[in-house]
Ligand binder design. Structure first.
Ligand SMILES: Cc1ncc(COP(=O)(O)O)c(C=O)c1O
Length: 319
């Protein structure tokens, strides 16, 4: 059995698991990267660790500073976990409405953060799903104002932080290693866009023919289409805008409904024993659509962004 000196060493290097039942009738295979097995139960442990350690190295984050972020939950939880462990104060603006937001708040507080809840009224109807890129905006506005006013705060700025993409390039390298580079298509839900961009860059550097597909909930108010500009400001755009305009990187962005995502999530739990969250269900819905067009033995890879434990009270597609 492996031993580690710190729980931080348990971040990443997640297994790639083949789906066996929800794929019945398909010639092609679907493999899922089990990011819900990271210490706090999400892929964002990779991102938080990289953002914090890069900022420390660059002198942007110093002892005694407060870490700030606006988050629908996962990045906030990962920053709470790693930031608190490293001795920083962590303040998170949690932006998921309803019971799901409460569950995530409890998780972040459990890891030591101070959590301030913001519930944008226009997103109260979670049944349409909620894109992180839009629902996090009110929290980002507050983080920006605090950053301008105080010298001892560090806003992680996940939506535009290059360390976010860099962390996900590691995820891409792991996928290459686990598949021998044989990946026909890759799918990921878009929140900040970090997962899709980092993994896509690595896969396309290896094989420019790998198809890369992003998934979003229908609640998205702003169009996300490869080759079309996405609004950029001090609080939005960032990775998404760059990724959409990078020639040949993203092939398509598809919309998955809340119902489709929730139904597949429940099937993943029961039929595959994969205890992942609702955006992971959405990813598998999109992966199946792609796999239907592929031949025997070809592979679609996707990620299980987070754990099912944060969707026990209520399930919705939130990125
Ligand atoms: C549950 C969930 N799914 C998907 C995503 C998308 O990840 P990314 O921010 O890398 O685009 C996120 C984070 O934003 C998330 O919290």
């Amino acid at each position: 059995m492996k031993t580690v000196d710190s729980v931080l060493q348990l971040i990443g290097n997640t297994p790639l698991v083949k789906l066996n039942k929800v794929t019945s009738g398909l010639e092609a295979e679907i493999w899922v990267k089990s990011e819900y097995l990271n210490p706090t139960g999400s892929i964002k442990d990779r991102v938080a660790l990289r953002m914090i350690e890069d900022a420390e190295r660059l002198g942007q984050l110093k002892p005694g500073y407060t870490i700030l972020e606006s988050s629908t939950g996962n990045t906030g939880t990962s920053l709470s976990f790693i930031g608190t462990l490293k001795g920083y104060k962590v303040v998170i603006y949690e932006t998921t409405p309803g019971k799901m937001g409460q569950e995530k708040k409890n998780l972040m507080m459990g890891y030591g953060a101070e959590v301030r809840t913001i519930s944008p009224a226009e997103y109260e109807d979670l049944r349409r799903g909620v894109p992180g890129a839009e629902i996090e905006l009110p929290g980002r506005r507050i983080c920006l104002a605090l950053e301008k006013k105080n010298s001892d705060v560090w806003w992680a700025r996940q939506f535009a932080n290059p360390s976010n993409v860099e962390a996900q390039r590691d995820t891409g390298r792991e996928i290459l290693g686990q598949t021998g580079g044989e990946v026909e298509a890759f799918v990921a839900s878009i929140g900040t866009g970090g997962t899709l961009m980092g993994v896509a860059e690595v896969l396309k550097e290896k094989n420019s023919k790998t198809r890369v597909v992003g998934a979003i909930p229908p609640g998205s108010k702003k169009e996300m289409k490869p080759g079309r500009p996405y609004p950029v400001s001090e609080i939005e755009g960032g990775i998404i805008a760059e990724m959409l305009m990078k020639p040949g990187l993203i092939d398509e962005v598809v919309t998955i409904t809340d119902e489709e995502a929730v139904e597949m999530t429940e099937r993943l739990w029961r039929e595959e024993g994969v205890f992942a969250g609702v955006s992971s269900g959405a990813n598998v819905v999109a992966a199946i659509r792609i796999a239907e067009e592929l031949d025997r033995g070809q592979r679609v890879v996707t990620v299980m962004h987070d754990s099912g434990d944060r969707y026990l009270t209520t399930k919705h597609y939130v990125t």
